[in-house]
Design a protein around this ligand. Structure first.
Ligand code: HMG
Ligand code: MG
Length: 298
């Protein structure tokens, strides 16, 4: 069966903008986030407290976060290490996310660490965030394929997933960082996770749309009991440390499908589309989302 309601975890301001060539002015970012929340998105991943040299597009996190005071949405932020956590907590962040990898190649490229070393780096971050009363999400990247290593074995993903949850993450988001997953693979991974004691209720799915499979993969995940789906307004996104990554599943495409299925998201598709058209104007290129293009020819 399918759920009655899906929670959308909007990642456009973080996953989307981290990959744009243009550095977007901080006022535009704040307006983007305000408009996404006003369109009914209850969770909007706002930025990352990473090393500014690694992701220059998000180097303005200290300026941006205080500008979001009063935004009526949960505003999680990425923190790779204790330095990032300190920066986020100092500004009053209530939700953080650590981000691990199922593969050694991406752990090295994205975090300058082995998989084991990155989990060691996350342990005090998760513990201290929980002590501070903050919610903690864990991301797991390269759950299906890796640009350097090829197909990623399900058993390896299950092993790292378990370790991230054992650190104390409330929720785990399964990342198809380069968008190579297909629905059968998604089903096989969710079945293996369930057998290893990781229920779908603690999972989110995070699909990039490189091969146009993101919606089909999402539907497969919903049929396996997942009810939290990551998406990016207008289909912005990618990952600067994974060459073949394109944008995330577009939030508009997701909402169009869920509306049609009678699944509640709380999102107003008209307001959301208007926001993505506005953002596309700021970025100087049209949105890649099919739904945005159909509803608002640019
Ligand atoms: P490193 O070079 O190993 O850093 O990078 P280090 O720990 O050796 O520290 C070196 C210097 O950086 C020190 O300064 C630190 O204080 C400073 P120094 O003492 O030399 O003056 N530093 C920091 N400064 C500010 N904020 C910080 C911070 N940490 C250290 N947080 C590090 C290690 C983790 C920092 C680096 O690799 C990094 O920032 N990586 C982030 C990469 C990233 O953001 N990638 C994109 C997000 S992941 C993604 O997109 C995938 C996802 O969407 C899911 C999917 O699609 O699969 C989530
Ligand atoms: Mg991503």
């Amino acid at each position: 069966g399918l759920p009655d309601r899906v929670r959308i975890h909007e990642v456009g301001p973080r996953d989307g903008l981290q990959n744009e060539k243009t550095v977007v002015p901080v006022e535009v970012k704040a307006e983007f986030i305000r408009r996404l929340a006003a369109a009914g998105l209850g969770t909007v991943e706002a930025t990352s407290f990473v090393h500014p040299k690694w992701v220059p597009q998000l180097a303005d996190a200290e300026q941006l976060f205080p500008m979001l005071d009063g935004v009526g949405a949960r505003l999680p932020v990425l923190v790779p290490n204790e330095r990032g956590l300190d920066r986020a907590l100092a500004l009053g962040a209530r939700e953080v996310a650590v981000f691990g990898s199922a593969t050694e190649s991406f752990a090295k490229a994205n975090l300058n660490r082995t998989v084991d070393e990155s989990l060691e780096m996350f342990a005090p971050v998760v513990a201290r965030a929980r002590e501070a009363g903050a919610g903690v999400r864990g991301y797991l990247s390269m759950c299906f394929g890796d640009p350097w290593e090829g197909a990623v074995p399900v058993e390896r993903v299950v092993r790292v997933a378990r370790r991230l949850l054992d650190l104390g993450c409330d929720e785990l988001s399964l990342g198809d960082t380069i968008g190579v997953a297909t629905p059968g693979h998604v089903g096989a991974l969710l079945t293996a996770l369930d057998a290893a004691g990781v229920p779908a209720g603690r999972l989110a799915v995070h699909f990039h749309d490189t091969y146009g499979q993101a919606l089909a993969n999402t539907l497969a995940a919903l049929r396996h009991g997942v009810t939290t789906v990551d998406a990016s307004a207008g289909g912005l996104g990618g990952c600067p440390y994974a060459k073949s990554a394109t944008g995330n599943l577009a939030t508009e495409d997701l909402v169009w499908m869920l509306d049609g299925l009678g699944i509640d998201t709380g999102v107003d598709l008209r307001l959301l589309t208007a926001t993505s058209v506005w953002m596309a104007d700021r970025l100087g290129r049209p949105s890649p989302s099919r739904t945005v293009r159909a509803l608002a020819p640019q």
